[in-house]
Design a protein around this ligand. Structure first.
Ligand code: ADP
Ligand code: ASP
Ligand code: MG
Length: 404
């Protein structure tokens, strides 16, 4: 019997009525002659609510206890979904991450999946059960509860699909698929029919949070094609798969927006080997994730180095870098928040030129100043003022003819 994995996100299980809707859909899928594993997220707002609660009792809760707390969100949903299916006359059983055989490393709050042993899942499927698995969580070899990073239920679904060699993996959410840009930002964004892993990976890791980027990485690594679609209707969604020659014909597939960024400039850095290494190894040792880096050409013996990061990392960056700036004999450290990143993504860029020129022209005509530029083989990203980001996304979307 074909095995289908279905994942339902927070909004799709956000109310008792919606859980009953999911229960009915899952049941229909089983009755159509399939074995079904259903991965669910916490009901919408629950994970954020739990994080807020933790802050009311502790300024710095330990990562271990955060995992124990946050995993309860998904645990609530699996029980409710299983009950709903049973009340509709079906046969379902709920499984925590540990019960589903999801083994992780011990990096609490962003654990990596080390192994999945799908024995329990297979056994229950053979007995005719629908398995309802808690997304976003696993267990270490020592029996500690872990979570897989925000949005981690996507990863649970893809990983189980790989482990049981599922025939189909379907990610159900509150939009009809992957759009050319977040439809909340660009109202005339269009649903994409097919997208390559690499394109979605670039989009997801540069702000399009429709899929967790780690889950897309996993899908690419293990060759798990999947479909992103709506839990509110039966329309076809977006197929995500390995790239094929036809996919290269479209130069720009989509546009991503990442808000809440900050820029730091270190002025008058002595232009000698080792200076940049000292700065960035200090940041890396402290776990500060750096995004775009720009170093100006030096004519006078010193150079300015600018880099961007998430605004929330600014304080940590400051605390570890102030001394280093002094020690290497650099000038000052200038910090600026209120900036955002706009990325234009498409595998067709490998074989087509002119994308950067078109993007810069569209932004220039709109009076939007570009502060930094970064490129990869399939992406061009610009750093601009955050209050212009929606306008910039709409301008770029029109310039590349992405509207429906
Ligand atoms: P779920 O709770 O189902 O996991 P998410 O909130 O994580 O859902 O992801 C769905 C949301 O992602 C959409 O409501 C949409 O606003 C946002 N989003 C961002 N970028 C895109 C995009 N390119 N295409 C579709 N949705 C996007
Ligand atoms: N509940 C978790 C979160 O809100 C995981 C998920 O929804 O995928 O991040
Ligand atoms: Mg999500």
């Amino acid at each position: 019997m074909p095995i289908i994995i279905q994942k339902y996100g927070g909004t799709s299980v956000g109310t008792p009525e919606r859980i009953l809707n999911v229960a009915q859909r899952v049941l229909d899928t089983q009755r159509a002659g399939n074995s079904v594993v259903c991965v669910v997220s916490a009901m919408s707002g629950v994970t954020d609510g739990l994080i807020k609660l933790s802050k009311q009792v502790s300024q710095k809760p330990s990562d271990r206890e955060m995992d124990v707390l946050l995993s309860t969100g998904e645990q609530t949903t699996i029980a409710l979904t299983a009950m709903a299916i049973n009340s509709l006359g079906g046969k379902a059983i709920s499984l925590t991450g540990a019960q589903a055989g999801i083994l992780t490393d011990g990096l609490h709050t962003k654990a990596k999946i080390a192994n999945i042993s799908p024995r329990q899942i297979r056994k229950h499927l053979e007995e005719g059960f629908i398995c309802i698995v808690a997304g976003f969580q696993g267990q270490t070899l020592q029996g500690q509860i872990t979570t897989l990073g925000r949005g981690g239920s996507d990863l649970t679904a893809i990983a189980i699909a790989a482990a049981v060699r599922a025939d189909n993996c379907e990610i159900y959410t509150d939009v009809e698929g992957i759009y050319t840009c977040d439809p909340r930002i660009v109202p005339d964004a269009r649903k994409i029919d097919t997208i390559a892993y690499d394109e979605l990976l670039e989009m997801a890791s540069s702000g399009s949070k429709v899929m967790q980027s780690r889950s897309v990485e996993f899908a690419k690594k293990f060759g798990v094609p999947f479909e992103v679609r709506s839990s509110f209707n039966t329309n076809r969604g977006t197929t995500v798969k390995e790239e094929t020659p036809g996919l290269e014909n479209v130069v720009v597939r989509g546009i991503s927006v990442e808000r809440n960024q900050a820029k730091v400039t270190i002025t008058n850095v002595p232009d000698r080997p080792g200076a940049a290494s000292r700065i960035f190894s200090t940041l890396s040792d402290a776990g500060v994730v750096i995004d775009v880096i720009v170093q100006n050409v030096s004519l006078s013996g010193t150079t300015d180095i600018s880099f961007t990061m998430n605004k929330d990392e600014l304080e940590k960056m400051d605390s570890v870098l102030s001394t280093v700036v002094r020690e290497i004999g650099a000038g000052e450290m200038v910090k600026k928040d209120g900036i955002a990143k706009l990325s234009v993504v498409g595998i067709g860029m490998r074989s087509h030129s002119g994308v950067a020129a078109k993007l810069f022209e569209a932004l220039g005509n709109g009076g939007i100043n570009i502060q930094m530029i970064s490129t990869s083989e399939i992406k061009i990203a610009v750093i601009i003022d955050e209050d212009k980001i929606a306008e910039a996304a709409n301008l770029a979307h029109t310039a590349f003819g992405l509207a429906g």
